[in-house]
Design a protein around this ligand. Sequence first.
Ligand code: SF4
Ligand code: SF4
Length: 200
Amino acid sequence: MQLTSVSVTKNESRQLKSDPLFREEVEALSGVNISRCYQCFTCTLGCPVAYAMDYRPNQIIRLCQLGLKDAVLGSSTIWICASCESCVTRCPNEIDIPHLMDTLHQIALREGVPPKEPAVPIFHRAFVEPIRRFGRQYEIMMTVLFILKARKFSFKDLRTNASLGLNMMKRRKLKLTPPLIKNLAAIEEIFEKAESGEQK
Ligand code: SF4
Ligand code: SF4
């Protein structure tokens, strides 16, 4: 480990620990060649949520290049990225940042790094659970799971959600009963394969 000084903003510089193996690990797991990034900022300029990130997308790439693992895995950026693919579409080197961000989630979860945006992984789990159980999204279950797991219950939100839900039901965009597909076993098989891949 060595200490590297990083400029986070114009006025802020931090001493961060560098892990020289981190860059290789990220490239091997993601298949994304971050060495090709030459910091042109195009990704950040087109990112719709860069304003909410603690490090901009180009900065995350630079931190990975420098092996600054703690800064990357502890950042809000890896959880805020919306996987919209705007950056990879514009990048002159076709660097797949959304895929990189997914890989960084996996490393953070595997290493037990507390997510800086804890509601995001809770939402991910609430999103996939109904798909695993019914084969399709069941929005009512997803919303209830998220509220319970994130402990974000409030009467104000309940009123807003109920009102939105009723409007969606009137327009037949939301069903009260869960959907069901015929071959649920195939869905379970996909989840099991994905989970065994995660553990490797
Ligand atoms: S657009 Fe591509 S090359 Fe430019 S800073 Fe972003 S990742 Fe690096
Ligand atoms: S994929 Fe992520 S980093 Fe890239 S532009 Fe979209 S939100 Fe920003």
